[in-house]
Design a protein around this ligand. Structure first.
Ligand code: PLP
Length: 368
């Protein structure tokens, strides 16, 4: 849904509150384009000699795939990854010469017509997909080999030659299961991938996601595929000083109210006021990806003033303590603290969930 908002905010030069239908949502994501590019450039530097691509699946991890891709193309990124052909369709108009788009979930029968007509390539991951693509004379493709995650891909242990025969493979991929941890599975997958690369001929080889890039250039091969870290996620302590926050949720105050000592706030009355308080009710809730893990844990901000979440997060609303900020009245805008590592620690949600759960109700407004 929110993809349709994107061109209007672009055309309007990112002016606040501009929307295709003239509707100004009571919550918005301020998206920092400079931070996105700075993150990509840092990841590209860390990729050593490898080209640095971008995973833009799940609508650019919730930011808006079209907007993300347009910015990264302008910065020089040439290799993009989406999950399925519905996502591919949304960004295909941005496929200039030299820009490549890979569809990670391969091709089903239902996808073949689109895939054959598309400039995007399937990432074939099963013998049946490979056979389907070969039989259709599908042309250039990518191939995924599983090296230990047991998610998508041909089994690294055998049958690769038969399954890949006759395919014109641009990129041979594998994916790391635990790159964000210091575990022996990383060098094990690396060794297996090197072995696979000796057996299967491809133009390029690609193993590392964001966390994999942080493991060192051994993991880079020809092409890296960061997602999370582009958008401000910190996959490894190595990245912490360099990755900038991209997503800044902002939300409007819907009501300011007085709560008396002994009153409770929200569903199931999980918060009891120990003294008279001033509370603001905000236009955001778990339907906006601000899940109930933030109940009693999240923080809204206005400048340096911290406004703790009180009680449970509702579907569309939550309450914060505004006792220290008498000027914050109905209609004022607040920031939601959303530094991803900190918000993840506070809420128990992963940094990935914090990004991809952001819903369709935000106006997405790019600064830069
Ligand atoms: C999602 C994904 C990526 C990006 O991973 P991050 O951890 O977000 O950097 C890379 N490769 C594949 C195959 C993926 O599915």
């Amino acid at each position: 849904m929110h993809l349709t908002h994107a061109p209007s905010t672009l055309a309007a030069g990112g002016a606040i509150g501009t929307h295709m239908h003239g509707y100004i949502a009571p919550l918005r994501l301020r998206l920092n384009g400079d931070a996105l590019l700075s993150n990509w450039r840092w990841l590209a530097g860390m990729s050593g000699g490898a080209a640095c691509g971008a995973a833009i699946k799940a609508d650019g991890y919730g930011l808006g795939a079209v907007e993300v891709m347009a910015r990264l193309v302008r910065a020089g990124c040439r290799d993009f990854f989406v999950s399925n052909w519905g996502e591919a369709r949304a960004v295909e108009p941005l496929l200039d010469d030299g820009v490549s788009l890979s569809v990670l979930h391969g091709v089903r029968d239902e996808d073949m017509a689109q895939a054959l007509a598309s400039r995007a390539r399937p990432v074939l991951s099963t013998p049946a997909q490979a056979a389907r693509w070969r039989a259709a004379g599908g042309g250039p493709c990518d191939l995924m080999v599983d090296t230990g995650m047991n998610r998508l891909g041909l089994d690294w242990r055998g049958g690769l030659t038969a399954a890949s025969e006759g395919l014109s493979i641009i990129t041979l991929l594998s994916h790391l299961a635990s790159a964000d941890e210091d575990t022996s599975l990383n060098p094990t997958q690396l060794a297996r991938f090197r072995d696979v690369a000796r057996q299967v001929k491809a133009t390029r080889y690609s193993l590392a996601n964001s966390a994999g890039i942080c493991l060192g250039t051994d993991y880079g091969f020809d092409l890296t595929r960061p997602g999370l870290a582009l958008y401000g996620g910190v996959p490894s302590p190595v990245a912490a000083p360099h990755i900038r926050q991209v997503v800044h949720p902002q939300v409007q105050i819907l009501q300011r109210r007085r709560v008396m000592a002994g009153d409770t706030i929200g569903y199931n009355a999980t918060f009891t006021a120990s003294h008279d308080m001033e509370v603001a009710v905000l236009n955001i809730g778990y339907a906006d990806g601000y899940l109930r893990g933030f109940s009693g844990k999240g923080v809204a901000l206005r400048g340096d003033v911290r406004l703790p979440v009180l009680g449970r997060v509702s579907m569309d609303l939550l309450a914060v303590d505004v006792g220290t900020a008498p000027w914050l009245v109905e209609g004022e805008w607040l920031d939601i603290a959303y530094d991803l590592p900190a918000a993840s620690a506070a809420s128990g949600l992963s940094q990935y969930e914090l990004l991809t759960g952001l819903g369709a109700r935000y106006d997405r407004i790019w600064d830069g």
